[in-house]
Design a protein around this ligand. Structure first.
Ligand code: AMP
Length: 395
């Protein structure tokens, strides 16, 4: 796997695909700089080598060249974080951009305008990719958030660089860390899969069954399993058409010697609301009119006891409706157990959408081994797919 550390960028122009698709407020100010900070190590290494950086990114989903999606709104934040005044090109291809690129000196950074102002970006257009490619000596992909897209700047462009292409630090560490779970995980390996729906997690579960020893199933998706096994789940979330699939998963897990841990009790509510009345019930005996929205004491203890004995942990999907305080404790307790195991030397990866949000919300970000930066991209990696942005560098 070639990374930026395999190159010396002295007097080279690095064309870097970053993910600066950051949230903006109504005043067009960046409200969360995580993604810019995540790209910093790659950019700094190139500048310190004596190279210059041409940054390409998309921002939002523009239909035309709408001003609200201009990457110029990101320039101030990026300059502050990178410690260098970032220059800005008001397009991403064309003569004026070429002029700005030609004038770029070692130590300088040029941010190109939103790639998605050109429909060719998402279409994966090869001639558009070739125009972009002409600006750089070396292509660096550091945009994990879009690595699952076969777009012009994320994948198609790589063919124009032969050997002069590599992963940035961020993308490289995402690959290394997911492989620590999927290929080289020290046993016992535990996957905690929660969240709303079985249907969105099924491919992940099927892909990881060969790699894990314990499967903890939490969140709304657990009720499809409980109902399929004959339990009374009241008004809890369920996907009736996935009950058969749930039973097949349980069967497969047994064949592969994977121990499955379903919730045994839950916090029930008479409405999906933070003001709902609540009670506790056995997971398979929930009264009509009530729904399970979090794991209760026995479930939390069961899950924690499995997690603290694990050496490799994947956390994907919350245990309950953690966005509401009343239903957050199951997820908090899982985070606490993961933190404890990690402090004890286990490797823990938090990946995919809402579990990342939960870990951040409850301040566990520094107590786990790795928090993935890419929602959809991480899900696809866990599903065992080869991401186009990664394949393009390896080819
Ligand atoms: P996902 O994106 O599939 O990981 O789902 C995450 C969402 O699942 C979060 O917004 C949670 O609030 C929600 N969730 C977790 N547990 C439950 C539950 N028991 N019932 C309904 N929604 C849930």
């Amino acid at each position: 796997m070639k990374t930026i550390n395999d190159f010396n960028f002295k007097d080279k122009k690095a064309l870097i695909r970053v993910d600066f698709n950051v949230p903006l407020n109504d005043a067009q100010e960046v409200t969360d700089t995580t993604r810019i900070e995540a790209a910093k190590p790659t950019i700094i290494k190139i500048l310190e080598d004596g190279g210059s950086c041409i940054l390409m990114s998309h921002l939002g989903r523009p239909k035309a060249k709408e001003a609200e999606f201009s990457l110029k709104h990101v320039v101030n934040s990026a300059s502050e974080i990178l410690g260098v005044q970032v220059k800005f090109a008001d397009d991403c291809i064309g003569d004026s951009v070429k002029e700005a690129v030609d004038g770029l000196q070692p130590g300088e950074i040029l941010l190109l305008e939103n790639l998605r102002y050109h429909p060719e970006e998402k279409a994966g257009d090869a001639s558009f990719a070739k125009e972009l490619a002409a600006f750089g000596d070396i292509y660096v992909n550091d945009a994990f958030g879009t690595a699952h897209r076969a777009h012009a700047s994320t994948a198609v462009i790589a063919q124009f660089f032969r050997d002069n292409k590599c992963f940035g630090n961020l993308l490289a560490s995402e690959i290394v860390n997911v492989n620590k779970v999927l290929s080289d995980g020290e046993k016992p390996v535990t996957a905690i899969i929660g969240g709303a729906k079985v249907s969105s997690k099924i491919t992940i579960i099927e892909n990881i069954l060969d790699k894990i020893d314990h499967l903890i199933i939490g969140g709304g998706m657990a009720f499809t399993f409980v109902k399929a096994k004959g339990g009374q789940i009241g008004n809890s979330l369920v996907e009736d058409d996935k009950q058969q699939l749930a039973l097949e998963i349980l069967d497969k897990a047994q064949q592969k010697n994977v121990e499955v841990h379903l919730p045994v009790d839950c916090i029930i509510a008479d409405a999906f609301s933070k003001d709902a009345n609540t009670d506790t019930a056995a997971i398979n005996n929930i009264p009509d009119g009530w729904m399970g929205l979090d794991g209760a004491t026995q479930t939390r203890e069961l899950f924690a006891s499995v997690i603290v004995k694990s050496r490799t942990i994947l956390f994907n999907g919350p245990i309950g409706v953690f966005e509401m305080d009343k239903f957050a404790q199951g997820t908090v307790d899982v985070c606490t157990a993961i933190a404890e195991a990690t402090a004890d030397g286990a490797f823990s990866l938090v990946g995919g959408g809402d579990s990342v949000a939960a870990v951040k919300q409850f301040d566990f970000g520094n107590k786990v081994s790795y928090v993935s930066t890419g929602g959809g991209a991480m899900l696809e990696m866990l599903e065992g797919k080869t991401l186009p942005g990664i394949k393009a560098i390896l080819d």
